[in-house]
Design a protein around this ligand. Structure first.
Ligand code: NAD
Length: 481
């Protein structure tokens, strides 16, 4: 029953184990990053909670794996129908826990509900390699078993759904572990999923920093789908290696945007800057380095700075806000460390820098004009609203500089000369490459990084395969005499 009818499901937050709310003795809480105020209590899971959830997931897998695909597809569509009436409540909760402006929270919720429906349209069919009178060879996609979805704090609702929807469609069971910074939407959507899915198919555990390592080490878990930083991704892979769990790793990025000299400067500058500062720069595929052709650099920088000064920063429910706070204290300190070398003159370009006038973790959008090529801001992912601008003049040189990173998530080229743009795009080492766009995503296309930006992909049929084992079935049609 939707909240609008007076029944409020958004008043307490529990783990979901074996179909039921599961309280814990210890509690903790997140912080509203725009106000510094505590959010509601959430559970602190124990090793016993992990064992209980794994046992329930293993039990549920025995039957869920045999449920016909059409019923699993229907369950995802039914869940979309169950969640949709609560979309506004989720959007408000997302602003409160994550800090993003309401317009983007609303977008995240509706896109994720659509992702449930898009995922429900996917189907992995057996592939017949050969069929003769005497034998048949079939490639089958079988579910892996118990999966764990480890979710970061930048898109807590969408990324939880992006993990559990393909996992259960492929016949797995899954435990969702939200980030300790943003546990609320993840816990709540899994609670709602119990109205549709059998107990143990989709569960959620929230906890402190111990919980992730307990899950990745647990011998009863078969697959980890992790989204987060490259540093943590390496730890996850190391831990998973002990029992050879399958892993999908969606990690950090240092996306380059290469701007050619024939773009429309005013509109391109505004668009590119928006794609760097959206979600306060806390998007894995945000633009994190701009290479602007030197022929237009001064004009482009001036247009970008003028636009940046118009960006409204504030609490997510305020009218017209484009950028909320940085999500948490740890990240705030990290982003602030990138300002250590920034001069007052550089900050003046966009009126950028740390905003101490408000109670939350606010940083104003900041463009850094031509930092040293080997500086931290030009080479590392700040995951905050601070964006380095660099120049280029030689095509091969800019391609080399764009690729000179251990990251390889996204990259883009901006040009009205499609031959030039395609030539450059084809040489970029990244999982997603865009021309005259950045951050676009189609649910049918794979999403994932090259190099230290990840292993494997999510989304579409490729993402579904990541939750499957491959099986080659050799079928001789007659038993030999
Ligand atoms: P993080 O690595 O700190 O945490 C991500 C999740 O991992 C959280 O749920 C956390 O509790 C958990 N975790 C932490 N240590 C763990 C461990 N040792 N074992 C298991 N789990 C552990 O990342 P974050 O700060 O939440 O997110 C920001 C990073 O995520 C950025 O680098 C960003 O680029 C990346 N990211 C990537 C994608 C993508 O699809 N490629 C999407 C969003 C964010």
């Amino acid at each position: 029953m939707p909240a609008s009818t007076g029944f409020n499901v958004f008043d307490n937050y529990q783990n979901t184990i074996n179909g039921k709310p599961s309280p814990t003795a210890e509690k903790r809480h997140g912080i509203n990053p725009a106000t510094g105020q505590p959010n509601p209590d959430v559970p602190v899971s124990t090793p016993q909670d992990v064992d209980n959830a794994v046992a329930a997931a293993q039990g549920a897998f025995k039957t869920w794996a045999d449920v016909p695909v059409s019923e699993r597809q229907k369950a995802l569509r039914d869940l979309a129908d169950v969640v949709e009436p609560y979309a506004q409540d989720f959007a408000k909760l997302l602003v409160q826990e994550q800090g993003k402006p309401l317009q983007f929270a609303t977008w995240e919720i509706s896109t994720a509900i659509q992702a449930l429906r898009d995922t429900a349209n996917l189907e992995l069919k057996d592939e017949i390699i050969e069929e003769t009178d005497t034998r048949k060879i079939v490639v089958r996609y079988t579910p892996i078993g118990v999966a764990v979805g480890i979710v970061p704090w930048n898109f807590p609702f969408a990324l939880a759904i992006n993990k559990f929807a393909p996992a259960v469609l492929a016949g797995n069971t899954i435990i969702i572990k939200p980030s300790p910074f943003t546990p609320y939407c993840g816990l709540k959507v899994v609670e709602l999923a119990q109205r549709v899915f059998p107990p143990g198919v989709i569960q959620a555990l929230s906890g402190d920093d111990n919980l992730g390592p307990w899950l990745t080490a647990h011998p009863g878990i078969d697959k980890i789908s992790f989204t987060g930083s490259s540093a943590t991704g390496k730890k996850v892979m190391e831990s998973a290696s002990k029992t050879l769990k399958r892993v999908t790793l969606e990690l950090g990025g240092k996306d380059a945007a290469i701007v050619c000299k024939d773009v429309d400067v005013e509109s391109a500058a505004a668009k590119l800057v928006s794609l760097g500062f959206i979600n306060s720069g806390q998007v894995c595929v945000a633009i994190k380095r701009l290479y602007v052709h030197e022929a237009i650099y001064d004009k482009f920088l001036a247009a970008a700075a003028a636009f940046t000064k118009t960006i409204q920063v504030g609490e997510g429910n305020e009218e017209g806000v484009f950028m909320g706070p940085v999500q948490n204290a740890m990240q705030y300190e990290k982003v602030k460390s990138f300002f250590a070398d920034v001069t007052p003159e550089q900050l003046a370009l966009t009126n950028g820098g740390i905003d101490t006038s408000k109670p939350g973790y606010f940083i104003r959008p900041t463009i850094i004009d031509r930092p040293a090529e080997d500086s931290r801001i030009a080479t590392e992912e700040p995951f905050g609203p601070i964006l380095p601008f660099l120049t280029w003049s030689d095509e091969n040189d800019v391609i080399e500089r764009a690729n000179k990173t251990r990251m390889g998530l996204g990259a883009s080229v901006w040009s009205n000369d499609l031959d030039e743009a395609s030539r450059i795009a084809a040489k970029l080492q990244a999982g997603m490459v865009w021309v005259n766009a950045h951050m676009e995503h189609d649910p049918r296309a794979p999403f994932g990084g090259h190099k230290e930006s990840g292993i494997g992909t999510e989304s579409g049929i490729h993402g579904l395969k990541a939750y499957c084992n491959l099986q080659s079935l050799y079928l001789q049609k007659k038993a030999s005499a």
